[in-house]
Design a protein around this ligand. Structure first.
Ligand code: ADP
Length: 371
């Protein structure tokens, strides 16, 4: 296998000598890739990124760039652009001054500096803002300048830590698309840190999901969402419903699960759980078909599961309605309906929830995991 562009090899980091912020990270990042470290707060994402940037040193293992260890390479020699939420622009310099800085410290000639500054300003759509100071720019414009400053010296790699964290939702979503477009256009490699799973799904080629200093899954957004490798991933990425039970039988990746109220569920055994084991079964709101009253008699073969319940809350979300349904054993299930379907529903109504075996994934129950 050819060497990766970036490789974390058994990387560990402890700040206090006792707890590990990063606990044995193995991860390969390809050139041109947009890879996101996603996970809850405190799961080790920033620490991992800081070791790549060179602002922190691993206590074990090594980080490699093009097959070469970075152990003895100081941050300013790593040729990486950085955009951090707390890595502010120079307030006393103009936009042009901020953008020129990385070039003048690299002894780039003045005419070339002017040309590059214009190029990156066009890239982030801030032509005409050269003489503004950071305080005269909106939050979104400041982050565009920060991105331009990271790109101006033509690095192979850009590191971003929650760059959109301080912006409101609409602006954040707009900049997600812009950053992704610029990354594709330039073919530059990006390693991005966020705790926002929808941001990670929207932007990344692949996502490394962190929990407690360890990488739990490394996959494309689609695989992470549709084929989570553990209950933690199923719960953290997107909305999901959990049903607890005991595994009855399992063959060829399929299984049946006995729920608390005695109902038998048909599902996929995603975790090699064994009969008799306590398991959790996960099904997403959009995969559940909600019907008023009992299930129709002409049920097709595809739909294996049919559970009875009662509508508790109906929550209006503008483009859809979420119905919160209580099952007979007390479990709470959220389903997602169209506005039209939602209009026919009433709290207290008896309903049937139907979903396919293929949309229900089962994992052996772990003790409750923290970040
Ligand atoms: P994340 O980016 O996922 O929020 P961090 O990498 O910032 O996680 O933190 C991982 C763990 O390391 C946390 O428990 C945090 O408190 C600890 N930590 C991070 N930075 C430092 C530091 N400079 N000194 C001591 N502990 C730290």
């Amino acid at each position: 296998m050819p060497g990766a562009f970036i490789e974390f090899r058994g990387v560990r980091k402890t700040y206090d000598g006792r707890t590990e912020a990063v606990a044995g990270l193995d991860c390969r990042i390809e050139r041109g890739e947009f890879l996101t470290f996603l996970g809850p707060s405190g799961s080790g994402k920033t620490t991992a990124l800081m070791m790549l940037a060179g602002f922190e040193q691993p206590t074990g293992g090594e980080v490699l760039l093009n097959g070469q260890s970075l152990a003895r390479v100081p941050p300013h020699r790593r040729n990486m652009g950085v955009v951090f939420q707390n890595y502010a622009l120079f307030p006393h310099l103009t936009v042009a001054g901020n953008l020129s800085f990385p070039l003048t410290v690299r002894s780039v000639p003045a005419d070339k500096v002017r040309e590059r500054v214009q190029q990156v300003l066009a890239l982030v759509r801030l032509e005409g803002y050269e003489q503004r100071r950071p305080t005269e720019l909106s939050g979104g414009q400041q982050q565009r300048v920060a991105l331009a400053r990271a790109l101006v010296f033509g690095p192979d790699l850009i590191l971003m830590d929650e760059p959109l964290g301080a912006l409101d939702k609409q602006l954040r979503e707009q900049l997600q698309i812009e950053i992704k477009q610029i990354q594709r256009h330039l073919g530059v490699t990006v390693v991005y840190v966020t705790h926002d799973q929808s941001e990670a799904l929207a932007m990344s080629d692949r996502i490394a999901l962190f929990q407690s200093g360890a990488m739990r899954q490394l996959a494309s957004p689609r695989d992470l969402y549709e084929r989570p490798a553990s209950a933690f991933v199923a719960e953290f990425v997107g909305q999901n419903n959990r049903l607890d039970g005991v595994l009855q039988e399992t063959t060829a990746g399929r299984c049946s699960v006995r729920l608390g109220d005695g109902e038998l569920l048909q599902a996929l055994n995603a975790d090699a759980a064994v009969p008799g084991e306590k398991v959790s079964a996960w099904v997403r709101p959009e995969h559940i078909d909600l019907q008023i009253g009992p299930a129709p008699a002409d049920d097709g073969q595809a739909v294996k599961n049919s559970l009875r319940g009662q509508i508790g809350e109906l929550v209006y979300h503008g483009d859809h309605v979420r119905a919160h349904v209580a099952l007979t054993d007390g479990a709470q299930i959220i389903t997602r309906c169209s506005r039209a379907a939602g209009k026919r529903l009433r709290p207290g109504a008896a309903v049937t929830l139907r979903f396919r075996r293929e949309d229900c994934r089962v994992f052996a129950q772990q003790p409750e995991a923290g970040a």
